[in-house]
Every structure is written in structure tokens, then in C-alpha cells.
Ligand binder design. Structure first.
Ligand code: M6R
Length: 610
């Protein structure tokens, strides 16, 4: 999604802005731009369609130097990717960069055209620049005063940075629905949509809250609420580790992150398995009381995080006998949900900034839930800050747009939570003991499966000329089929669909022929015989089968059936295990097809607009 970085300093900030943009690249974008007020007080704007590198090259030709500026990476929502639609947008001396969506842009545009403004872009964002300019002309006042009058006129969700080229001593940051953070320096300050962009210049951050307007000067930061009243926000020291160039010996972040899963899981388990018990004391005593009361779990998430919630539903119900519903955030937030009695609201998210998930959390606060728990990978995120409780996945920063290590870390946390709940609701101590032993082996099991990469790489060659694929699973492997299909479509652009294998004969079987690969996740469990019947349905219709299974599951390979025999894994953790070969498969199909594996087209890492 769009990214913003802005700086106000005594030194030249051009390289800081460009480095910030490089660090925001992972979020996904289609164009980049910056405006810097140069030493002569002129606002110089440069924008380029495509990669940040193109902007860097354009800047090099200009020898641009300045102490106040805004830069942006745009992920198109309104108006196609183009130089003219790229940010910053300018209205005379007012310069803005905007993340999010202005929903009433069309009516504002009509009004502003009537006032004589000429629009040069198709974006919703340009109205913000003109509106600020118009308000300033009409009623005057400081930039904050003008912005305070403009905010009530804007509908939507946004993070905006504003600069007035006539007064380079101040930048204005507005947060309403899209995250913004202020990086504090010594007699210099910065604003960004993601703290990662600012790590080369500071580690001290103020996370703006919803409705905050920050007046950022070199030596002073003043934060106001929407009524213009000063509010206090404290700076926090961040320990986040990030090195944009550090892919190690890997060619892609996705590949590196697949291989980081053993350590991500180890870190996620560390401190939480004590004396052969699951220890979530980090949640405090109240949590235990809350768990005692829980009669229902409501999970809300998007994309890969939704798929991990779907796996956990099988665990909540089978291990803890706890009714559990899982729903996509973008649906949940717009219906009128009937809340079950004593229901705990769980939000799952890698980034903690997914707009739909955040809004669902906000809605839950108005409803009759026992409380909210975020399972998240980013400690400083809005989701963590706004939830009553949080359990962190310790996967480390995930840069690849395709989520891999965050997914398996989420499943690890969810399994621990299920066991904790199950113990309070009657699970025997010996069962908890056995599960802890299994969890301890999980990082090793993951390492073992990664040794199969060569086999999977070979397999990927068969997908080069394919346009469609099916993924089948049953039970807790059905959501793994969903996640496998999601990975394949986002990385390789092959249309992939997941089905609960028993559902095949209710429609999709009509599509099976020798051109469609059917990937089956078939561990040796109590559903194997049922699954074998579904596999037979595909085989007799000439389908091309790829079966990921145990050595002793009894499948025989032939020209139309490829068997991928995987090492032993305990049934309970099989979902965490079986996604690994599917991640590797998507990665290698993506490589063969020559896609941009780390930043697939049209996608963004952190989906901060709805
Ligand atoms: O940061 P979140 O977990 O909330 O993100 C949710 C989805 O946008 C995300 O999982 C998306 O589906 C990934 N690109 C999938 O690989």
C-alpha cells in the first residue's frame, strides 16, 4: 500500500527520503515521488512511474538539496498508475501526500472546480491539497487551524502529511484511519507511515492515535486532537531490527522467510513452554479469569491470517470443546453480528494495520464481547495498541508480500492458546504434557521438511504452462489447501482454488481434466480413506494429481499421479508442517514464471485501505 516519509531538519534530507522510500518498497506500490523545499525556498517535485530507483536516478540529475520535504510511494486506488497521479499533490504552495481513501472526493471535486480549481490528476487525494488551499485563502489561519477546518469535510480513512512551501519550518501530520508515526531526532524530526522507513535516522517514535494532528517542527512536536486541544503522546524506543539489503544468500525475501520458519517458531515458543506446561502469564491474571468465563471464540482476520484462524477452529473445537467462528474482517465489519454469550474476540494479523481487521476490532468494542485479544507480529501496531490483550508472534519482520513465517508463527501461538483454554475446560495434564513435547519438536520438523526443496523445485516445472489449479484437503488440512491456493495465485498468477475434498463432487468436479493440476494434502490420518475416494474421483476423470503425503499412506505413483512423500510429523502439528512444501511450490512456480516474487503485481504487504 502507499507509503509516506517526511522530514524536517537542518541538514539535507533528500537521501533520508529516498532511503525511506526504499524501505517502504516492500509494502507494494506502482509509482513514487517527492517534493523538497530547496535552499532557495522553492518546492521541487519529482515523480516517477515504477520503481523507486527511477526516482533516485531522476533526483541525481537535479542535485536537489533541502531541509524540509515529503516523499511517497503510491499504490493506485483512484486513477491508474501514472506519473501525474503519483504524489505529492500540489495546490499552489500547499503540498500533500496521502495514504488511504477520501470517499467523498467526487463531491469535493465538483465544489472545488466551481471555486476555480483545476484538477490535473484522477486521484481522490488531489482534493485534499486544493481544499486546504481554498480554506487558507478563505479564512486564513495557521496551517493547523486550516487543517482543523478541513478535516470535518473529509470522509474516509487517511494518513496525510501537509507542507506549505512558504513556511518550511513546519510539517503537519493527520492520522484518521491510516497509520502515521513520528520519528524523533535531535533538532530534527520525521514522519512516516511505517517506522521501518525511519530506522536509519532514529529509534525513538511517537505513534499517532486516531484523530491526532501533529505539528512537527525541527525542535518541537505539538499534537492536537480533532477539536484542536493539545494531547500528550509519549515517545517509545523501538527495538525493531531491519536491514533492507539483508537477504543473506537468498535471492528473495520470500525464500529467506520460508527458511526462517524454524527460528521464528522457536522464538515464538521461547518463554512460553515452562516446566512442560504452556505458559501465557504475559497476559496477566485477568486473562485466566477471562478464559474461565469464555464460552465462544470469534476470530476475525483477512487473507493468510484468516486461513490460520480457520485451522485453529478445528483445534478450538476438538481440543478445548470450545465453539469457534472465523470470519473475514471485510464482511464482519459491515453486518450486524449477533454476539454469542461470553464470547472472546480474537483478531489475527501479521502487520496489525490491516484496515478491515482494525475496523472489525473497533466494532467489537461496541458489542457485547468479553474482551479482545490480538495475535500479531508487530508490537507497535494499531491492532496491538487497541486490543485489550495481545500475544505476539515472534516471526521477525516479514518483508515478502506473501506471508509465510507469520502464518506458521500464528498457528503456533493459536495452538498454545487452545491448549491453555482446553486445560481450564477439562483437558488432562498428561495431554498438555504430550502437546508440549510435540511443540518442542516443531522447529526440527520444519527443518526436516525444508530438505525436500529440490524435489519441489522439480515439481514446479510442471506448472509453467498451467492456468488453473485445485488444492484439496480435509479437516484441518482444508484451510492449508486454502492457504496453498492463496500462495500460488499471489506469487505465480495462476488461478488456484481450494476445496474441502468432499465438496468436489458438488460442482467443481466438472472442471477436472488433464490440464488442471490437483494438489492434494493427504497426511496419514483418520480422514485418509475418505480423501482417497475423492482422489479416485479426480483420477478417473483424467486429473493430474500431486499428492503431498506420508511415506506409509499407501499411494502409488504413475504418469498422472505424482507422490511427494514427506517425513513423519505428529498429526496435531501437521497443518503447520504441510504448508511448507506448498509455500516452496508457489515460490518455485513464481521463479519459473518470472514474476516479482517479493512484490507481486497489484498487491501490498500491509493493506491499510479497505
Ligand atoms: O497483516 P495481515 O495479516 O492482517 O494481512 C492480511 C492479508 O492482507 C495478508 O495475509 C495477505 O493475504 C497476504 N499477502 C497473503 O500472503
Amino acid at each position: 500500500m502507499c507509503g509516506i516519509i517526511a522530514a524536517i531538519a537542518q541538514r539535507d534530507i533528500v537521501e533520508i527520503l529516498l532511503e525511506g522510500l526504499r524501505r517502504l518498497e516492500y509494502r507494494g506500490y506502482d509509482s513514487a515521488g517527492l517534493t523538497v523545499i530547496n535552499e532557495s525556498g522553492h518546492a521541487i517535485r519529482l515523480r516517477r512511474l515504477g520503481k523507486v530507483q527511477k526516482l533516485v536516478e531522476a533526483v541525481e540529475h537535479l542535485s536537489l538539496v533541502g531541509g524540509t520535504g515529503i516523499a511517497h510511494t503510491r499504490w493506485a486506488t483512484h486513477g491508474q498508475p501514472s506519473e501525474v497521479n503519483a504524489h505529492p499533490h500540489i495546490s499552489k504552495h500547499i503540498i500533500i501526500a496521502h495514504n488511504g481513501i477520501i470517499e467523498n472526493h467526487a463531491s469535493l471535486r465538483v465544489k472545488l472546480i466551481e471555486h476555480g480549481y483545476e484538477f490535473v490528476s484522477e486521484t481522490d487525494s488531489e482534493v485534499v491539497a486544493h481544499l486546504i488551499h481554498w480554506e487558507q485563502q478563505m479564512q486564513g489561519g495557521t496551517l493547523s487551524e486550516v487543517v482543523l477546518r478541513v478535516i470535518p469535510q473529509l470522509q474516509g480513512a487517511y494518513g496525510i502529511v501537509v507542507m506549505d512551501s512558504r513556511d518550511p519550518s513546519v510539517l503537519l501530520a493527520i492520522r484518521l484511519g491510516s497509520p502515521l508515526v513520528i520519528g524523533q531526532g535531535i533538532r530534527e524530526n520525521f514522519i512516516a507511515s511505517d517506522e521501518l522507513a525511519l530506522l536509519p535516522v532514529t529509534r525513538r517514535f511517537i505513534y499517532l492515535e486516531e484523530g491526532d494532528i501533529a505539528e512537527v517542527r525541527r525542535g518541537h512536536i505539538k499534537i492536537l486532537n480533532q477539536n484542536g486541544k493539545p494531547v500528550q503522546r509519549f515517545g517509545i524506543k523501538s527495538n525493531v531490527q531491519y536491514d533492507a539489503n539483508d537477504k543473506g544468500h537468498y535471492s528473495h525475501y520470500m525464500h529467506k522467510e520460508i527458511y526462517e520458519q524454524p527460528i521464528a517458531i522457536k522464538n515464538t515458543l521461547t518463554g512460553r513452554l515452562k516446566q512442560d506446561k504452556i505458559n501465557l502469564s504475559e497476559l496477566g491474571d485477568n486473562f485466566k479469569m477471562l478464559l474461565n468465563q469464555v464460552e465462544h471464540i470469534q476470530i476475525i482476520a483477512c487473507g493468510t491470517s484468516y486461513n490460520s484462524g480457520m485451522v485453529s477452529r478445528y483445534w478450538f473445537e476438538s481440543l478445548a470443546n470450545m465453539p469457534c467462528d472465523v470470519e473475514i474482517a471485510s464482511e464482519y465489519r459491515y453486518r450486524k453480528p449477533a454476539v454469542r454469550r461470553n464470547s472472546l474476540f480474537i483478531v489475527l494479523s501479521q502487520s496489525g494495520e490491516t484496515a478491515d481487521t482494525l475496523e472489525a476490532l473497533r466494532l467489537s468494542k461496541k458489542l457485547d464481547y468479553l474482551g479482545s485479544l490480538a495475535i500479531c507480529n508487530v508490537e507497535s501496531s494499531s491492532l496491538v495498541r487497541e486490543s485489550d490483550l495481545a500475544l505476539m508472534t515472534k516471526a521477525g519482520i516479514e518483508i515478502g508480500v506473501a506471508s509465510t513465517k507469520a502464518f506458521t508463527a500464528q498457528l503456533t501461538v493459536l495452538l498454545m492458546l487452545v491448549v491453555k483454554l482446553a486445560r481450564l475446560h477439562g483437558m488432562a495434564a498428561i495431554t498438555e504434557y504430550k502437546i508440549v513435547q510435540i511443540l518442542k519438536k516443531l522447529p526440527t520438523r520444519i527443518e526436516q521438511i525444508l530438505t525436500q526443496e529440490k524435489t519441489i523445485q522439480k515439481l514446479a516445472e510442471g506448472f509453467y504452462d498451467k492456468n488453473h489449479a485445485f488444492f484439496l484437503g480435509r479437516g484441518d488440512q482444508y484451510p492449508i489447501a486454502m492457504e496453498g491456493a492463496l500462495k500460488l495465485k499471489e506469487i505465480s498468477y495462476i488461478h488456484a482454488e481450494a476445496y474441502a475434498a468432499g465438496e468436489l463432487k458438488h460442482g467443481p468436479l466438472a472442471l477436472i481434466d488433464e490440464n488442471i493440476p490437483v494438489i492434494v494434502i493427504a497426511p496419514n490420518n483418520q480422514l485418509l480413506e475418505k480423501l482417497k475416494s475423492n482422489i479416485e474421483e479426480v483420477r478417473t476423470r483424467g486429473g493430474l494429481l500431486y499428492i503431498f503425503t506420508d511415506k506409509d499412506a499407501g499411494f502409488k505413483a504413475n504418469e498422472k499421479i505424482k507422490i511427494i512423500s514427506l517425513p513423519y510429523v505428529e498429526e496435531l502439528i501437521a497443518p503447520i508442517f504441510y504448508i511448507l512444501p506448498l509455500q516452496l511450490l508457489s515460490y518455485h512456480v513464481g521463479l519459473i514464471k518470472g514474476t516479482n516474487v517479493d512484490q507481486p503485481r497489484n498487491l501490498a504487504k500491509s493493506v491499510t485501505v479497505e
